[in-house]
Design a protein around this ligand. Structure first.
Ligand code: NAD
Length: 480
């Protein structure tokens, strides 16, 4: 069956191109999928435009839209095992992590389903003039381009698709060319749930060939993008000539601040999980460890000891605690960051070389790596390596900890570990980041907004704001 989904039909790429998808854990061929180009992208936009301008979905009631999102949530639960397996084959991620993601994805659809069902009310504006009826309504934006990355393929897609259709939009989705399978499966589920043809469209392909046209097309009203900072800048520029609405979820270089009074064992365990989860390929990874000077030596020694015991392996290895990187090119990028860090004066305490285990030779493995004695100016500290690389910086006091934490162009997330409640509150308030954890790392809930300050992005996903991103407020004034 062809893999592009346009106007409710499965179609092959117009110029017949395909791409082979290999599992990053061992190089096995997962499948060969259709690879779209600009003509396919244009056809998908035309289908979405038609569905938005003349189809039933934008005119459906909030109750109808809510019911569909809740049906999709049930279908995601039904197909959880197949979805998790497909996600792990595409990404190399451990199956348990993919299974966890699938639960979150169903919850995301359920959350937005309930939010849409409860909302939809008009806001009456008091003008003080009895002859005036003034109301504000929220309408869908129109045709949305949704572009997603490879690290959490279906999760990032769900954060966009659920609110986009919940608000009544039509969309064209372009997932990462490296990880297309769960997007294909989601299209099937949306059709099965009864979403009208043309509301959901899928094009697979590269950013240049399939993505860029979707960000430039004048028939597109909004672009919602999750991915790297450099791509985000390009997309913002591409959307500018036609002044599209944009929502950007970009990278992070997130500080994990540990004060000397922190609970030692818990802070160590979470510092490891914060950065090595999914081999560091997490936008909110705690890749910068900031440790109070008096605790530094004991803390870093223990981080290194425990990190050295983290076992690498493929998605279906039950003993594995971390998996491969996504591609050969990405591993080379991570290696270059580590080499630059060492050249700039960082002390390599762990990792830093590909594993010599023959069982891992066919995958893109790179071990947990710890660079100590880092400083804010180093490229490995300032930029996103997006690999299992922890950099360690020392600080003397609270003021210096906050200054170092904020010394980055990013502002996605951060954490503070201390048993001093006042200090926890002060540091949380001072961090310029969209999410701050106190004595924890990585949890999120669909009810709370997610997104970045500074160059980590524009707008928010999840929470009520995550729905409002996909709406336009309209003020209707009636003079009776
Ligand atoms: P990427 O920017 O290389 O690609 C992301 C998507 O954009 C892919 O689908 C790609 O094909 C597409 N693309 C590339 N060039 C394009 C162009 N010119 N026009 C339109 N589309 C284009 O990112 P990636 O390597 O896939 O993902 C990793 C990045 O994503 C990291 O920087 C990570 O921090 C970020 N990320 C952020 C969040 C968040 O919530 N803030 C979540 C996950 C990932």
């Amino acid at each position: 069956m062809p893999d592009l989904f346009i106007g409710g039909e499965w179609t092959a790429a117009l110029d017949g191109r395909t791409r082979k998808i290999h599992c990053p854990a061992d190089g096995t061929l997962v499948a060969e999928v259709d690879e779209a180009g600009p003509k396919d992208a244009a056809a998908a936009v035309a289908a979405a435009r038609e569905a938005f301008d003349h189809g039933p979905w934008p005119r459906a009631t909030p109750a109808e839209r809510a019911a569909l999102l809740l049906r999709v949530a049930d279908l995601l639960v039904r197909d959880k095992d197949a979805l998790a397996r497909a996600e792990s084959l595409d990404t190399g991620k451990r199956l348990v992590e993919s299974e966890y993601d699938m639960d979150d994805i169903a919850n995301c659809f359920r959350y937005f389903g309930n939010l849409v069902g409860a909302g939809g009310a008009e806001r009456v504006v008091e003008t003080g003039d009895a002859a005036i009826d003034s109301r504000v309504v929220h309408e869908p934006v129109g045709v949305c381009t949704l572009i997603t990355p490879w690290n959490y393929p279906l999760l990032q897609t769900a954060w966009k698709v659920a609110p986009a259709i919940g608000a009544g939009n039509a969309f064209v989705l372009k997932p990462s060319e490296l990880t297309p399978h769960t997007a294909i499966m989601l299209m099937r589920l949306l059709k099965e749930a009864g979403l009208p043809d043309g509301v959901a469209n899928l094009v697979l392909g590269t950013g240049a060939e399939a993505g860029a046209p979707l960000t430039e097309d004048p028939r597109v009203d909004m672009v919602s993008f999750t991915g790297g900072l450099a791509t985000g800048r390009r997309i913002m520029a591409a959307a500018a000539p036609t002044v599209k609405k944009i929502a950007l979820e970009l990278g992070g270089k997130n500080p994990n601040i540990v004060f000397a009074d922190a609970d030692f064992d818990t802070a160590i365990d979470y510092a490891l999980m914060a950065v090595f989860l999914h081999s560091g390929q997490v936008c909110s990874a705690g890749a910068r460890l900031l440790v109070e000077d008096s605790l530094h030596d004991r803390f870093v020694d223990e981080v290194v000891a425990r990190a050295s015991r983290i076992r690498m392996g493929g998605p279906f290895d039950p003993q594995a605690r971390t998996g491969p990187l996504i591609s050969a090119a990405h591993r080379e990028k991570v290696e270059a960051y580590v080499a630059a860090g060492v050249a700039e004066g960082a002390v390599l305490r762990l990792g830093g070389a590909r594993p010599d285990d023959p069982a891992l030779a066919d995958g893109f493995y790179y071990p947990p790596t710890v660079l100590d004695e880092c400083t804010a100016g180093m490229s490995v500290v300032a930029q996103e390596s997006f690999g299992p690389v922890l950099t360690v910086e020392r600080f003397q006091d609270e003021q210096e900890a906050v200054a170092l934490a904020n010394a980055t162009e990013y502002g996605l997330a951060g954490a503070v570990w201390t048993t001093d409640e006042g200090r926890a509150r002060r540091v949380a308030a001072a961090l310029r980041a969209g999410t701050v954890w106190i004595n924890d790392f990585h949890p999120y809930v669909p009810q709370a907004e997610w997104g970045g300050m500074k160059q980590s992005g524009v707008g928010r996903e999840l929470g009520p704001s995550g729905l409002h991103e996909y709406t336009e407020a309209k003020h209707v004034w009636r003079n009776t």
